[in-house]
Design a protein around this ligand. Structure first.
Ligand SMILES: *Cc1c(COP(=O)(O)O)cnc(C)c1O
Length: 382
């Protein structure tokens, strides 16, 4: 029924004791960018990610990707290899720079960038263009680590900087190492729907420590001095506010709990869908992969005989005021990206047509789960 309270896909999850840290921050008056809270949040992130690399807190995940591309030396006319199955923010900064995205299909084990397709594409691009692509952006979609060993190897072999878009993968691990610790650059988002939130916010992890200073410079309007308003290059207003940082510090303390709840949500869905032959759930392929299961995703068998499909299940969930969404529309199918090159065999397209994301927030209650389970079970009974 529509008058049931709405169950959201992945709403912000803020606990009462976190409100105090915002009050304290306001009392300190460091509400704007560049204060002690921001530095403290960066240190907390570094510790959490177990990296030695500098971490720069920013105002969004999108800004973090933009800065990563700039620091990787990408300029107008360059080409950038980019996973096609992702949120549009993964690729948009490529166009901000005037570079050309080249979209790469997924593989079926993680739904992320296919290493073989990537390598073929690099070879073809070099053959056609005589130019080596300027960067590679891989994504850990829905929290599932991509095949980072194979992808890193290709990045090293061709000497192309690797950017890990870990916006959805805070707390995910590969071979016991946190996602965001592998690439030459890694980016996080703390938007309201992500694992932790700072309202809006992001972070950039930079492997080469020498680039840290320039990252901060570019994020702060490339200001050489406050006194005389001198700026040496084109900069950006990308810093994180103290308010966001205070929220981030409080949120990060609860990150393990939030990840465990999302993993438990995934298990809850697993029990529902396991007996249903026509539905496939994305699983960690082998033990090396540890997903935070930011969103639980299901895939209907495109060749299923009983004509069960995502659209009918979606209608049943929506009728009960339960939000669900399709998987990412492949970026090469977005109208303004359709003129750019794409390499693949239609896997991302198939995922888009047959997949569904289900409510997965870390504040999902027992009662809400019961409502969801009853709608799904009803749908498959008929
Ligand atoms: C959320 C998200 C972003 C963008 O982050 P914002 O903080 O919203 O700018 C980038 N890439 C992926 C994969 C995302 O899910």
């Amino acid at each position: 029924m529509k008058d049931n309270p709405k169950i959201w896909l992945s709403p912000p999850h803020i606990e009462d004791d976190e409100k105090q840290s915002l009050n304290d921050l306001i009392d300190s008056n460091w509400v704007t960018t560049g204060g002690p809270a921001t530095t403290a949040f960066e240190e907390d992130l570094k510790r959490y990610l177990e990296v030695d690399s500098p971490v720069v807190a920013l105002n969004s995940g999108t800004s973090a990707i933009h800065l990563a591309l700039l620091l990787a030396g990408v300029t107008r006319g360059d080409s950038v290899m980019c996973q096609t199955m992702s949120f549009v923010a993964t690729a948009n900064p490529i166009l901000y720079i005037g570079a050309n995205p080249i979209f790469i299909d997924s593989e079926m084990e993680t739904w992320n960038m296919c290493p073989e397709t990537l390598e073929n594409a690099i070879k073809k691009e070099i053959e056609n263009d005589g130019k080596i692509p300027a960067a590679i952006i891989v994504v850990h979609s829905y929290g599932m680590p991509c095949k980072i060993d194979e992808l890193s190897e290709i990045s090293k072999k061709y000497n192309i900087p690797l950017i890990e878009d870990a916006a959805e993968a805070l707390g995910s691990k590969y071979k016991d190492r946190k996602c965001g610790s592998f690439g030459d650059f890694a980016t996080f988002s703390f938007n309201g729907n992500k694992i932790i939130t700072t309202g809006t916010g992001g972070a950039l992890v930079i492997k080469n420590k020498k680039l840290e200073k320039n990252a901060r410079h570019l994020a702060n309007q490339a200001k050489t001095s406050s006194f005389d308003y001198d700026h040496d290059v084109l900069g950006y207003n990308y810093g994180m506010s103290g308010l966001s940082a205070a929220m981030g510090i409080a949120q990060l303390k609860g990150v393990e709990k939030k990840v465990n709840i999302r993993r438990a949500n995934n298990w809850f869905y697993w029990e529902i869908f396991d007996p249903i032959e026509e539905v496939f759930m994305l699983k960690e392929p082998i033990l090396s992969f540890y997903s935070n299961f930011w969103l639980t995703t299901i895939l209907f068998d495109p060749k299923g005989e009983n004509k069960l499909n995502k659209d009918d299940l979606r209608k049943c969930l929506e009728a009960e005021n339960i939000e669900c969404r399709m998987l990412w529309k492949p970026l090469h199918q977005q109208s303004f990206y359709s003129k750019y090159n794409y390499y693949g065999t239609g896997i991302a397209e198939m995922l888009y047509l047959n997949g569904l994301c289900l409510p997965s927030g870390s504040s999902l209650s027992m009662e809400e789960k019961e409502r969801i389970a009853s709608v799904i079970k009803d749908y498959f009974k008929n």
